[in-house]
Ligand binder design. Structure first.
Ligand code: MN
Length: 210
């Protein structure tokens, strides 16, 4: 991934079929090659005539969204968000995956949710509650507190000054081919491919200031 404009669609960190049988090859291929690629292309087209922002990182564009010119805010929110959210989502999956978080992430989770299973249930409920298209997230605030939130469309926690730890894409394109309209079944399958080694590292990284 380029640090700044022109942005590129980075290859998946695994093969399109690597998450089978939990997430199917065709869904991964369309999701990465078509959906994410479209956001990358749109983002570059939007930024083309704004050279003053060509040195900003993807995260920086989103973190300082409300400082951008008004006419850029919605297109950047949607398209830089679409790029960031997808890359982050793809980077936190693996198969086979470690099924539980490492220290200190697991103790943070236990402190807030009581147990790892209780956390999974809370995350599932949040993901189910998203009406229409969006994401469920585990985030950390500037004080190091974990929280589950949901966002609509391609909004990102970065624009809320929250650090993303884990996200789940619940747009129908993420699961329709294999799970049809059954989001709950998709969530159950996705639980098998969360890369908790990577997510645990996200938990331990310092709060970013882009
Ligand atoms: Mn998606």
């Amino acid at each position: 991934m380029n640090e700044h404009y022109p942005f590129v669609n980075p290859p998946l960190p695994y093969g399109y079929n690597a998450l089978e049988p939990f997430i199917d090859e065709k869904t991964m291929e369309l999701h990465h090659n078509r959906h994410l690629q479209t956001y990358v292309d749109n983002l570059n087209r939007i930024l083309k005539n704004y050279p003053e922002y060509h040195t900003l990182s993807l995260e920086g564009l989103l973190f300082y969204l409300d400082s951008l010119p008004e006419e850029l805010q919605t297109p950047i929110k949607n398209n830089a968000g679409g790029v960031y959210n997808h890359i982050f989502f793809f980077s936190n999956m693996k198969n086979p995956a470690t099924q539980t978080p490492a220290l200190p992430c697991n103790s943070y989770i236990n402190t807030v949710y009581g147990s790892f299973d209780a956390f999974l249930n809370a995350f599932r409920a949040a993901a189910i509650s998203v009406f229409g298209s969006g994401y469920a997230w585990l985030v950390m605030d500037v004080f190091g507190r974990l929280k589950i939130i949901t966002t609509a469309n391609q909004d990102t926690p970065l624009s809320l000054r929250l650090q993303p730890i884990l996200n789940l894409d619940v747009w129908e394109h993420a699961y329709y081919l294999k799970h049809y309209n059954k989001r709950d079944a998709y969530i159950t399958d996705w639980f098998h491919v969360i890369d908790w080694d990577k997510v645990s590292r996200n938990c331990s990284s310092p709060f970013p200031l882009y």
